[in-house]
Design a protein around this ligand. Structure first.
Ligand code: AHM
Ligand code: MG
Length: 333
């Protein structure tokens, strides 16, 4: 048997360009570069276990180069890819205090703003557990040809033109939306291509999984505690008790719940009174994907995508997942 019938990410995004009658190809090129960066980061992530052999972070390797921590490396890789694309005029990253802009004319002319958490779930890097990259793309509001301003980055999530994640897991997947459904691509390492594997992902309206760091239970608001108690009660009709699953990597926890149905909760706690997860880098892109798949995302009082960010690294309480589970949670809050 020769080959198989695959559609690569590149083919798919080129075909999708036709959905946008006035498309110029700029956005397509940007996504293409994101895919390339994801493959390069995947290569590094796969080698993470070799770090002890090749040299620890902060050490000098045999080529005389300084070894970088994997999350900094992922950050660097994505920033380079975005700069090379010439379609992105600025980047905000969880790894950088300030926005990144470039001085050359071509980059300044880019129409898009890119926000990312280059390697999320960093506590899982050293222990061979799934981690991910989360990204979010906006059209700039400042005039093309100028340096982007902070206002370009502080747009509410409902202005996203695309969002996605890469999960570096037992296989590596890139999942993204441009507001017309959610599509998943699995990396086939033998040909080095992301291949379409999940067409128009829809998340179940009801789920059986709840994902939360329950060690913080005593610090949670009363409503959240009551909802967690509800998840654990026995009731045949509603299929309870639910199952508890928590990896501690948002991308991996969300990805599982997206496919199987479930709810992910990161409420505010006494030690993180505003929540832990970041609105721009983590919550907005995941919320966009969730909604596109038929799910919902809230901070407990309002839709995540309607929050107007006040600062780059703003944190919010975050609840995301199957629609009926989020509705039920709201009854307790
Ligand atoms: P990070 O951006 O520093 O990696 O932190 C974000 C991660 C998420 O992936 C995950 O959902 C959460 O932090 C886990 O936090 P905790 O260890 O408090 O449960
Ligand atoms: Mg993170």
């Amino acid at each position: 048997m020769f080959g198989y019938n695959v559609k690569t990410l590149t083919q798919f995004i080129i075909e999708r360009q036709a959905d946008f009658p006035y498309a110029t190809g700029e956005f397509t090129r940007l996504l293409y570069h994101v895919g390339v960066a994801a493959k390069l980061v995947n290569k590094k992530v796969n080698k993470a276990g070799l770090v002890d052999i090749l040299g620890e972070a902060g050490n000098i390797n045999v080529q005389g180069e300084e070894q970088k921590k994997l999350d900094l490396l992922a950050n660097w890789q994505f920033v380079q890819a975005l700069k090379n694309s010439r379609e992105c005029c600025g980047v905000a990253s969880e790894e950088d205090q300030e926005i990144i802009t470039w001085d050359d004319e071509l980059s300044r002319d880019g129409n898009y703003i890119f926000c990312m958490d280059p390697l999320d779930g960093s506590s899982n890097i050293d222990v061979n557990v799934s981690i991910g990259t989360i990204f979010s793309i906006y059209r700039r509001i400042s005039p093309r040809g100028t340096k982007p301003t902070i206002e370009d980055f502080l747009q509410p999530g409902n202005k996203q033109v695309a969002a996605g994640y890469v999960v570096y897991g037992s296989s590596t997947m890139l999942v993204y939306t441009t507001g017309r459904g959610v599509y998943g691509f699995t990396l086939d390492p033998s040909i080095g291509e992301f291949c379409l594997s999940h067409l128009n992902i829809q998340t179940p309206e009801n789920g059986k999984i709840y994902s939360v760091n329950e060690a913080n239970y005593h610090q949670f608001p009363e409503g959240v505690k009551k909802y967690i108690d509800y998840c654990k009660e026995s009731d045949k009709e509603t299929n309870r008790p639910y199952s508890s699953r928590y990896i501690g990597s948002l991308v991996a926890d969300f990805h599982r719940n997206l496919l199987k149905g479930g709810i992910f909760l990161y409420p505010k706690t006494q030690s993180a009174p505003k929540g832990k997860l970041r609105l721009i880098y983590e919550c907005n892109p995941i919320a966009f994907l969730a909604e596109q798949a038929g799910g919902a995302a809230t901070d407990g009082t309002k839709r995540i995508l309607d929050i107007k960010p006040e600062s780059l690294h703003q944190r919010v309480p975050f609840f995301v997942g199957s629609k009926n589970m989020i509705n039920k949670l709201h009854e307790f809050l």
